[in-house]
Design a protein around this ligand. Structure first.
Ligand SMILES: Nc1ncnc2c1ncn2[C@@H]1O[C@H](COP(=O)(O)OP(=O)(O)OP(=O)(O)O)[C@@H](O)[C@H]1O
Ligand SMILES: [Mg+2]
Length: 237
């Protein structure tokens, strides 16, 4: 599904070169659920943004669903992103003036399927909102929703186009622990239905929902191990 080889990302800020990724190799198979962990600044978001086709590597190859996307033009990359990637962010990134339903419909308006009737768009968006158990909040705007509900709207939007991979960068970073559990139960359910999931997190509690933990340090993979838990439920990968 995903194969990354010797991926490097160098940011240039004025005279300075920042080596955010220094040669990352990894493979993600279909229907895996993986946590990406590591200290602040270790390159997690940089890696996620490249895997999510929001950015391009400076060096190295990246194969997504059989296509080498590392050398694609911005325009082709945007198409791949729309078709194959669902992205969930720590800060939800919902449009404040739009309802939950309108927020979820958005990717359909910009997709290859732009010719869909508004009735069909609504039908699909309602289906996605149902899957995150928010059918009773479709007309609410973000400021009328709790943090967990906002994140569920964002997840509904991310799964709308049936992405090959669902990615989340600290999706529970702004949520309390009860709400974190609620959100992770949704990821667990989507994974059980066949979804491939990649989650950046600082929390062991979140990593415990995953089967594998990839740890980054200073732009390199430090370890890539199956999740094991001790008797207290602590992740010991
Ligand atoms: N657009 C950018 N321009 C320049 N440097 C950047 C840019 N984005 C990230 N960096 C730098 O690259 C390194 C990796 O950043 P990244 O955001 O990937 O870390 P992270 O592991 O996601 O950290 P956090 O846990 O704090 O979110 C950091 O040193 C950061 O300052
Ligand atoms: Mg980050």
């Amino acid at each position: 599904m995903i194969r990354v080889r010797q991926m490097k990302k160098i940011y240039r800020v004025g005279e300075e070169e920042i080596r955010a990724l220094r040669g990352v190799d990894l493979h993600v198979g279909k229907n895996e659920m993986i946590a990406v962990m590591g200290a602040s600044g270790s390159g997690k978001s940089t890696l996620m943004n490249i895997i999510g086709c929001l950015d391009k590597p400076t060096e190295g190859s990246y194969e997504l669903d059989g296509h080498d996307v590392s050398k694609m033009s911005e325009a082709s990359l945007a198409l791949v992103r729309n078709e194959k990637i669902g992205f969930v962010f720590q800060s939800f990134e919902l449009l404040a003036r739009q309802t939950a339903l309108e927020n979820v419909e958005l990717p359909l308006i910009y997709s290859r399927e732009a010719g869909l009737t508004s009735r069909e768009r609504t039908r699909r968006a309602l289906h996605a909102l149902n899957r995150v158990r928010l059918a009773d909040r479709v007309s609410h705007r973000p400021n009328q929703l709790s943090g967990g509900q906002k994140q569920r709207v964002a997840i509904a939007r991310a799964i709308l186009n049936k992405p090959a991979i669902l990615m989340a960068d600290e999706p529970t970073g702004n949520l309390d622990s009860v709400t974190t559990t609620e959100i992770m139960e949704i990821f667990r359910q989507l994974h059980a239905e066949g979804q491939t999931v990649l989650i950046v997190t600082h929390e062991n509690e979140v990593a415990a929902y995953c089967q594998r933990v990839i740890r980054l340090r200073d732009g390199l993979v430090l370890s890539d191990l199956p999740v094991a838990q001790d008797q207290a439920g602590q992740v010991i990968a």
